[in-house]
Design a binder for this molecule. Structure first.
Ligand code: ZN
Length: 128
């Protein structure tokens, strides 16, 4: 009789911890502070901070070592033209970093809702 292979569901679910949500919040702040000039990418201090936070979030959420970046904005649009060699790569890149972003975003919103319900003022951050 063939053995049934059990798929461990927890393997696919990112581990979102309160610490990860804090790091994600800092990540959004750093992203908003980007001062890269035209033609530059990830070169300003805020971007370097953001890359560090990405790594820390990966460690906190125990993302697989090959997952890079650890989180990725699911609303980002393909930066490459259709003829560009990277266009298809971008379209077909793994979903996991975007799924983790959404999970963190949801947890952050949940925390903000709770904070609001408890009348604790908390600055809201632009998510997009
Ligand atoms: Zn920057």
């Amino acid at each position: 009789m063939p053995m049934k292979r059990r798929v461990d569901k927890s393997r696919d679910t990112p581990r979102v911890t309160p610490r990860a949500v804090e790091l994600f919040e800092q990540y959004l702040v750093a992203r908003a502070q980007c001062s890269c000039k035209g033609g530059q990418r990830f070169e300003c201090p805020a971007c370097r901070r953001r890359l560090e936070l990405d790594e820390q979030i990966g460690l906190e959420c125990k993302t697989p070592i090959w997952q890079y970046p650890c989180i990725e904005n699911p609303r980002a649009t393909n930066p490459y033209e259709r003829w560009h060699a990277n266009y298809d790569w971008w379209e077909e890149r793994p979903l996991a970093p975007r799924e983790l972003w959404l999970a963190l975003e949801e947890a952050l919103e949940e925390r903000q809702r709770k904070a609001a319900a408890e009348q604790v003022p908390e600055p809201s951050l632009p998510i997009n």
